[in-house]
Design a protein around this ligand. Structure first.
Ligand SMILES: NC(=O)c1ccc[n+]([C@@H]2O[C@H](COP(=O)([O-])OP(=O)(O)OC[C@H]3O[C@@H](n4cnc5c(N)ncnc54)[C@H](O)[C@@H]3O)[C@@H](O)[C@H]2O)c1
Length: 459
């Protein structure tokens, strides 16, 4: 079966980049990315330097494909109707109300997509779960499609996305693996092959794994849990290093050289952020409890608890370094995105740290090269609302806050420079800009605190 027309529902951090790469690698396929968010679609159709998602290399891919075989649109029904293959790349945040609130994945956007597809589709469709979903969600989607559909045949595949923000385009060009879960039936196998054929345009055959749907759904949750677990493991050890005089970097090096362990994801930090790790682990915890596996649930829950502990520990460390004297001392926070090279700040540790300091009277300046001022302010507002501050209290705290366009001219006036994101420009300081009495508190290399003197670091 040769696919000529693809629709992707959800033009976010996954839908945008993945479809741009499919369009680039498969010029014979028309790819339409749709979203209900009118502003987002307008930005995808707008100037390349202002796309809603920042990823190195993304603008170049969009430049080559947009208007050729890649289209961004709000006409969801038309795109569904035209397509033979439909990706669902909508958000699946943690539920905030109802059964499983604070833990389970909120599937309302996925369910809305399924209902929309069922209502509109007049020909057979392959429906692909690109969103990260709890194991056995395909069953629920199938139920909706068959119940609300027009008698056409739907084949559901799971094809979770493993890209990492900040390196999404490279990850999509050279994926470690592509995972496709499908049914063992004749139509299931045919649908799997149709998707395999698309990836084969640029991914080597041996990197494309096909499994049953449940393994594929669960593999994505498990991969994120294992990645986050490594971060929490090394972060927990960073606390022990501080007490004992061991050096966390030396520890990471020594541990990572064991080929059974490997060196990646072993760097201590303020903690993991991003839209996925926390929500996916909470989802795993919820699923484990649902199936009566309380010990399994508790094991994974601890990964989140250590992450929260680390963010608090780091914030307290800043207070200690300034001897609690926050009101007289300006603090500059470098980095707002949850990692370098992304404009995504969802669950970024910077949000927690800045809110913690602001609530204790700190005078803060914040700088990030990619995250916009409005985004920083709305992240902080949301966080401060979580601790039940009123709008009036938030506005008052915001009087102590400045969002910088350029940090270099402010750095010498700051008592503490808190580095939150791994940008080389932050790493390679111009030492002359830092005053003798400034403290650099480096969250990327956690809790190693340097006192710099002009010209040469003394540590
Ligand atoms: N961000 C990542 O790095 C990453 C990586 C792998 C997997 N994932 C998973 O991919 C999924 C999407 O993540 P994201 O970061 O792209 O989310 P996102 O919030 O950036 O984008 C989701 C988009 O879907 C749109 N949408 C929601 N319901 C819709 C509907 N019914 N019709 C049309 N559009 C609708 C929203 O308006 C939004 O623009 C999630 O399940 C996430 O866990 C994300």
């Amino acid at each position: 079966m040769q696919i000529k027309n693809i629709c992707c529902i959800g033009a976010g951090y996954v839908g945008g980049p993945t479809m741009a790469v499919i369009a680039l690698k498969c010029p014979d396929i028309k790819v339409t990315v749709v979203d209900l968010n009118i502003e987002r679609i307008a930005a995808w159709n707008g100037p390349l330097e202002n796309l809603p998602v920042y990823e190195p290399g993304l603008a170049q891919v969009v430049e080559k494909t947009r208007g050729r075989n890649l289209f961004f649109s709000t006409e969801v029904d038309k795109a569904i109707d035209d397509a033979e293959m439909i990706f669902m790349a909508v958000n699946t945040p943690t539920k905030t109300e109802g059964e499983g609130a604070g833990m389970a994945a909120d599937l309302r956007y996925v369910e809305a997509c399924a209902k929309n597809i069922a209502r509109v589709a007049k020909t057979d469709k392959i429906v692909i779960e690109k969103s990260t979903l709890p194991v056995r969600t395909a069953e629920k989607i199938k139920e909706i499609l068959d119940r609300d559909g027009n008698g056409v045949h739907f084949e559901i595949l799971s094809n979770p996305e493993f890209l990492a923000e900040g390196t999404a385009i490279q990850d999509l060009f050279k994926s470690d693996r592509v995972l496709i879960g499908g049914d063992e039936t004749k139509t299931g196998k045919k649908a799997v092959q149709a998707l395999v054929d698309i990836y084969l345009k640029w991914i080597p055959k041996e990197k494309i794994i096909t499994t049953n749907v449940w393994s594929s759904e669960l593999a994505k949750l498990a991969s994120n849990a294992m990645l986050a677990q490594r971060i929490s493991s090394i972060n927990s050890l960073s606390a022990l290093c501080e007490k004992t005089g061991a050096d966390i970097e030396e520890l990471s090096l020594a541990i990572g050289m064991d080929s059974r362990i490997g060196p990646k994801f072993l760097k201590a930090s303020v903690g993991f952020g991003g839209s996925c790790f926390q929500k996916d682990i909470l989802n795993l915890v919820y699923l484990s409890r649902y199936y009566g596996l309380d010990e399994v649930a508790e094991y994974w829950h601890q990964v989140i608890k250590i992450n929260n502990y680390q963010k608090t520990r780091f914030s307290k460390k800043i207070l200690e370094e300034l001897h609690g004297e926050l009101k007289e001392n300006k603090i500059i926070i470098l980095g707002w995105g949850f990692k370098a090279n992304t404009n995504d700040s969802r669950e970024s540790p910077s949000i927690f740290v800045a809110s913690y300091l602001l609530q204790r009277g700190a005078i803060l300046s914040i700088y990030d090269p990619l995250v916009k001022k409005e985004r920083i302010l709305s992240d902080l507002k949301k966080e401060l609302k979580k601790v039940k501050l009123s709008n009036y209290q938030i506005i008052k705290l915001f009087n102590n806050l400045e969002i910088l366009k350029n940090y270099k001219s402010s750095i010498h006036k700051s008592k503490a420079i808190v580095i939150m994101t791994e940008y080389n420009s932050f790493k390679n300081h111009d030492w002359k800009l830092i005053s003798k009495s400034s403290k650099v508190i480096d969250g990327r290399n956690l809790l190693k605190n340097y006192n710099y003197s002009i010209g040469k670091p003394n540590a």
